[in-house]
Design a binder for this molecule. Structure first.
Ligand SMILES: Cc1ncc(COP(=O)(O)O)c(C=O)c1O
Length: 437
């Protein structure tokens, strides 16, 4: 018998599927609530952001820009987006901001659409050296059918070989010189690269996905004043907002700004997840208030964590440069392509510490790398400081150097985390700087 509309109720197996989703989400939440989230691309959002992301806006549509819509019902949202554009311009000190992009990758696709056409050349960091997949032929660069040339890499300094990069740009004369990585320990000396790029008529695109919060907090580098024409980024890594993206530019030229806006809509987005846009706007307002302190604390923690790991006996990369000037720390756990990074990440997860394996210079296989890429931005957000960084480094040593049972170490992990259940650097109902997780 066919089911009647309105009288239908899910049979138990369908309901079980929905229940299984709820249970798995709760399990994932518990892992992070009780453990240590140390994936460099992740963060937690403030209570106000959580609230607005679950608001009615998540079911609504808007296309176009504030005041120029294709749908009715956008008046309230126009206020939100207009405020967000202004806040983004101020927080990132950018003459142009588009806050609609649904992710860092979408921002990159839009930027490449605005800056190049199929068959044009692009220079970027290779994925083996820490470039993002969207900078590669397998990702957005291939989607746009661009001819990719990759910069030579300085392993000692963990940055592009600047002279080599400038030489490459002058010889291949790309339309886009792309800078920025997923493995991003130090600011890139941008001025020389930008000079070479502008000399051959290329635009400079800086992918700040990872370091956007550090840039906005004034503690990393200032790409839009160092020669970048366009800056893309995620809104949820060191910038502590909901998942999404930003597209920013140093250009005051209305025609160029229009090209960037139209690359987003109608280029790569129709409606653009209004609840997340509203969340970004709240995160921008919170950042204006607390962002500088947050960014400073992240850097201090990353440097302290790196030196604490080294003191425990770990092989931490870039010792000669003080290990890191960002939120990231890189550790080597075995020989090239040995898969030791994967094993270390798995043992740490058993102890309630969530990290990701990462290729290091010399590795050639993404699934059997020798390293870990660690981020401290989430631990910083729940109020951990230098003394906790030492404790965390010791927990790593217990698991990875002293062979302790990860399940035993997990008890110490849970205890440490139980004392850090308040989200910092954000507004709360009592106007205090902190809110329960
Ligand atoms: C350098 C870089 N660009 C872009 C992205 C993509 O960002 P999203 O995950 O927001 O699409 C990442 C992701 O980690 C990244 O590392």
């Amino acid at each position: 018998m066919s089911k009647q509309r309105g009288a239908w109720s899910p049979d138990s197996s369908t309901l079980n599927k929905a229940q299984a989703v709820m249970n798995a989400a709760a399990e994932s939440g518990n892992l992070y609530r009780n453990g240590l989230g140390m994936i460099a691309s992740e963060n937690i959002v403030s209570p106000m952001v959580q609230k607005i992301v679950a608001s009615d806006l998540h079911g609504r549509y808007a296309e176009g820009l504030p005041g120029k819509r294709y749908y009715q019902g956008c008046e309230g949202f126009d206020t939100i987006e207009s405020m967000g554009i202004e806040l983004a311009r101020s927080v990132f000190n950018a003459p142009f901001a588009n806050i609609q992009s649904t992710s860092g990758t979408v921002s990159n696709i839009a930027a490449l659409k605005a800056l190049a056409k199929p068959g044009d050349g692009i220079t970027a960091v290779s994925t083996a050296d820490g470039g993002h997949i969207s900078h590669a032929r397998m990702g957005a660069v291939g989607l746009r059918d661009l001819n990719l040339s990759t910069y030579p890499w300085n392993e000692e300094r963990m940055e592009p070989d600047i002279d080599g990069a400038c030489e490459l740009i002058r010889s291949v004369e790309p339309k886009v010189a792309l800078i920025g990585q997923s493995v991003f320990l130090f600011p890139t000396p941008l001025k020389e690269i930008a000079d070479a790029a502008h000399e051959v008529g290329a635009k400079v695109m800086y992918d700040g996905a990872h370091v956007l919060g550090l840039i906005a907090g004034g503690v990393f580098q200032d790409p839009l004043r160092e020669g970048a024409d366009v800056m893309t980024g995620s809104s949820h890594k060191t910038f502590p907002g909901p998942q999404g993206g930003f597209l920013l530019s140093s250009s005051e030229d209305p025609a160029f700004q229009k090209r960037l806006n139209t690359a987003i809509f109608p280029g790569v987005c129709s409606s653009y997840h209004l609840h997340h846009v509203a969340g970004k706007v709240i995160a921008l307002a919170e950042f204006e208030e607390y962002g500088q302190a947050y960014a400073e604390d992240i850097i201090q923690n990353a440097q302290h964590f790196a030196s604490s790991l080294a003191a425990e006996g770990f092989d931490v990369l870039a010792e000669s440069r003080g290990y890191t000037a960002s939120h990231q720390v890189l550790t080597r756990h075995g020989g090239t392509d040995s898969g030791a990074g994967a094993k270390a990440a798995s043992l740490l997860e058993d102890a309630g510490i969530v990290t990701n394996m990462n290729m290091l210079p010399g590795d050639s296989k993404a699934l059997t790398p020798s390293g870990l890429r660690l981020g401290v931005q989430e631990l910083t957000r729940v109020g951990m400081g230098p003394s906790e960084m030492e404790e965390v480094a010791n927990l790593y040593a217990r698991v990875l150097l002293h062979g302790e049972d990860p399940k035993i170490v997990k008890e110490s992990v849970n205890e440490l985390k139980s004392n850090h259940q308040v989200i910092r650097y954000c507004f709360n109902d009592d106007k205090l700087n902190g809110y329960p997780l």
